[in-house]
Ligand binder design. Sequence first.
Ligand SMILES: C[S@@+](CC[C@H](N)C(=O)[O-])C[C@H]1O[C@@H](n2cnc3c(N)ncnc32)[C@H](O)[C@@H]1O
Length: 379
Amino acid sequence: MNPFSNKLLEILYDKIRDSGPITFKEFMEMALYHERYGYYARSIPLGKSGDFVTSPLTHPVYGALHARQIEEFWNVLGQGPFTIIEMGAGAGYLASDILSYLSNRAIFKLIDYVLVEHMPVAASFQKELLRPFIDKIKWVNRLSDLGPVTGCIISNELLDSFPVYVIQKQGSEFKEVYVDFRDRGLIEVLGPLSNTELESYVQEIPSDLPDGYRTEVNLGIRSWLRGLSEVISKGFVTTVDYGHTWKDFFHPMRNRGTLLAYRDQEVTEDLYRDPGNQDLTAHVNFSDLHRWGEDLGFHTLGYTYQWAFLGGLGFEETFLELSGGNFDPFSPKLAAIKMLLLPQGMGETHKVLVQGKGVPCDLELNGFKIKNIMKRLAR
Ligand SMILES: C[S@@+](CC[C@H](N)C(=O)[O-])C[C@H]1O[C@@H](n2cnc3c(N)ncnc32)[C@H](O)[C@@H]1O
């Protein structure tokens, strides 16, 4: 009889027995992306029957408003051929709603849409949903499969799913969290920082944080930006995710970090329960995205709350346009749409950051005309 409650746990056990404790980042990588038993390898866990709901799943107005921002990018770049790249598209609703909205505009004949998708199960779901636009879309496994393009990349809740390092203060220094086995269960142990890039990052974290303080470091964002700098020769990067600026991220009160597990629309801090069967996510440090982007030639053009971004792009008129001017004010759909804007929904937890390369640094984009809080990104 298999003494393990799940197959991934058995694989983790074998790995740790053979080569010792693994970093939390390696654990998260396997729990989410193990090719057979990882959370995202098995199914598309989104929607009302899934583990969580994201903005693209609420209503087509979300994608339509991003389409309007993309149209403005295209105007800025002179209305030539334009590539829209989306990475980590999940079920594919954002792509579908962006393409539907743009399908009767002048931009449509000049765009091509690329989905960067590393999970075969998601790619096949997307291919089915996006059948009406199949001539416009290309799928690739990774960013490096693309040549240089003029256009934009958009991602919704991608960066929060990058595997992170977990560190914890012990006395006056930060140690790294490793995952080990005891009594057929996973446990955490502290050890030295596992690489020099992490060591240099840790030196920048405020030194007066209290003993026991725990936080995460998402160095995957920097490698992702490096990859983007090879691909985007001129254009924009739109990132939507939940997250904080540097000062909020490393606030002394946030002493348990931001890592959470999601399952069946419930959130828990038990990161090791049933690996591969629950989602793991960490909030994004938007100040890192901003400064690493600047180092690579991407200027930050705006940073704001999701409600302000969608409002600046004409939420009301676009919603009315999509509903043909008549909608039922008592429709349950309206409750879902409110989630996009309300502070207790995704309106304030989610932020939008737009970076530009080869475009004027003082561009005032519609998405930021209600509110632009990018000054807060400074450390
Ligand atoms: C939280 S889901 C968001 C899905 C979708 N964007 C949405 O908002 O509904 C995160 C997605 O990012 C994908 N992802 C993570 N790392 C990726 C990578 N390196 N390349 C492509 N997709 C990635 C995951 O497989 C997953 O589908």
